[in-house]
Design a protein around this ligand. Structure first.
Ligand SMILES: *Cc1c(COP(=O)(O)O)cnc(C)c1O
Length: 477
């Protein structure tokens, strides 16, 4: 399996080579030359596997430069009940991503039982083990520099803590994270984790990370890397749970099933699209957005017009507050017939103009061939739907999953099973949950007293030179 760039300007690479990189050299995203395919008999065989064996069966199709027994060991070490232990029911933890049944054809798939209570752990935990393995083999090191307003940073830190060859420098806005998020990140005492609390807003953190990456000499000397949502390793790890959820929800293999996914950077649902291309009988993929509805607009009109920061809103489903959806490029590459020249033209319009509008023919394919639908929510919808799911089914869902629930209701059809992806646990969003259901949400036992743990961070000025000096001081070369 070789990887190419969506924009056509990269010689084919092996999995381990693209794993540690970010954007392709031509500014595009890496993508397999072709997707592996499973027929009905192969799917039936997969349906009998536990999560770890299924993960190996799927992921090994994308990786041919790590010996099979090594890859198997990395996967087995990752997807254990000990790591994904924060689920609602102990009996279910062996499944890693169990389903909650709301009614006969409506399910929630638990993806958020990992250490940081968000679905990002599903991929990031494997990525930590893969990074360590590849870096050890090559005798290399990487220093991950990122900016976070919450979920991504903590998932990266929990995945990379204690791993050799890897350091994480995570910039977050001083005083702007929730007490829970702050405690989650700052309570880590691992020597390879550095929390940089920057006196400014999230945008300032992001700008500093960009500036550090734009200094090619600095970047090479200090071996600066990233684990953002465009990382291919994250996408491939996410493909697995669509198979797992499908087999658990379908009455028989072959029956069409719909999936609904709370979306921001389009990474989670992009994995669903890939699972569908691989032959998994997914009928519809429903994109759920919040007030930042650039994706809803795309799937309803065929126009992709990313917003400026002046039209990006802070909402009560904050991990979906995006101005552009980086992984959309991977899907559009497939949609337009994998034509890199055409893709490069479209993304030039994204970078230099006001985005693009699909041709009428491609717009039709969006729905008819690729099965996409979409919907959007407001804060009031979120509160009402959290309350509805609690009153009707006795289940607590978080504000992001509530956006998914609304979209699922809008698009479900009689007789077709629909699975809603649970992208975070309600424990992360206490104040919104209190507004909706009047009590604090259930908190997993492993996180009792989290806010009381000693915290470790450095408060720094929002200045690129200050951050660079900090990196020089903490990275031996
Ligand atoms: C990251 C995140 C999302 C958005 O996922 P994408 O892959 O960026 O589309 C949704 N919900 C939660 C809770 C998240 O952390």
């Amino acid at each position: 399996m070789r990887y190419i760039s969506t924009r056509g300007g990269m010689a084919p690479q092996a999995f381990s080579d693209i794993l540690l990189g970010g954007l392709a050299p031509d500014g595009g995203l890496s993508i397999p030359e072709a997707y592996p395919h499973f027929g009905l008999d192969a799917l039936t065989a997969l349906s009998k596997l536990n999560y770890r064996d299924l993960a190996f069966a799927v992921i090994s199709k994308f990786v041919d430069d790590i010996p099979a027994e090594d890859l198997k060991a990395l996967i087995d070490k990752t997807y254990t009940p000990a790591v994904f232990c924060n689920g609602r029911s102990k009996a279910q933890t062996e499944n890693i991503t169990p389903l909650i049944k709301l009614d006969n054809t409506l399910f929630i798939q638990e993806l958020s039982n990992g250490p940081t209570l968000a679905f990002k752990d599903m991929a990031m935990q494997l990525l930590g083990n893969l990074f360590e393995y590849v870096l050890d083999k090559r005798g290399e090191q990487v220093n991950i520099v990122g900016a976070t307003s919450g979920d991504t940073g903590s998932a990266a830190e929990y995945a990379m803590r204690g791993k050799h060859g890897v350091r994480v420098f995570m910039l977050s806005p001083f005083g702007k994270m929730s007490p829970f998020q702050r405690a989650q990140m700052f309570s880590l005492q691992d020597e390879n984790i550095f929390n940089l609390s920057v006196k400014g807003f999230f945008d300032a953190c992001q700008d500093i990370v960009k500036a550090v990456n734009n200094d090619a000499e600095f970047k090479a000397r200090y071996k600066i890397g990233a684990v953002n949502s465009i990382n291919w390793g994250r996408i491939v790890a996410q493909v697995v749970y669509y198979f797992k959820g499908y087999f658990a929800a379908a009455k028989e293999v072959g029956e069409p099933v719909d999936f609904c996914v709370p979306s921001g950077n389009f990474g989670n649902i992009c994995a669903g699209h890939i699972a569908r291309q691989m032959g998994l009988p997914i009928r519809r993929l429903v994109v759920a957005t919040n007030e930042n509805d650039v994706l809803d607009e795309f799937f309803k009109t065929g126009g992709y017009h990313p917003r400026g920061l002046d039209r990006t809103y802070e909402t009560s489903s904050p991990s979906m507050d995006i101005s552009k959806a980086s992984n959309l490029e991977r899907f559009v590459f497939d949609l337009i017939g994998r034509d890199p020249a055409k893709l490069a033209q479209l993304w030039q319009a994204v970078e230099k103009q006001n985005g693009f509008d699909l041709s009428a023919e491609d717009f039709t394919k969006l729905h008819d061939v690729y099965g996409f639908r979409s919907d959007t929510s407001t804060h009031a919808d979120r509160i009402a739907n959290i309350r509805e799911v609690f009153d009707k089914f006795g289940v607590q869902i978080d504000p992001h999953t509530a956006d998914g629930y609304k979209a699922a209701k809008a698009h479900r059809e009689v007789g077709v099973t629909m699975v809603i992806m649970e992208t975070a646990l309600p424990a992360k969003f206490e104040s919104t949950m209190r507004d909706a259901i009047g009590t604090n949400p259930h908190r997993p036992a492993s996180l009792a007293g989290l806010e009381q743990l000693p915290q470790r961070f450095d408060a720094l000025e929002a200045d690129t030179d200050v951050i660079k000096a900090y990196l020089r001081e903490h990275i031996p070369v």
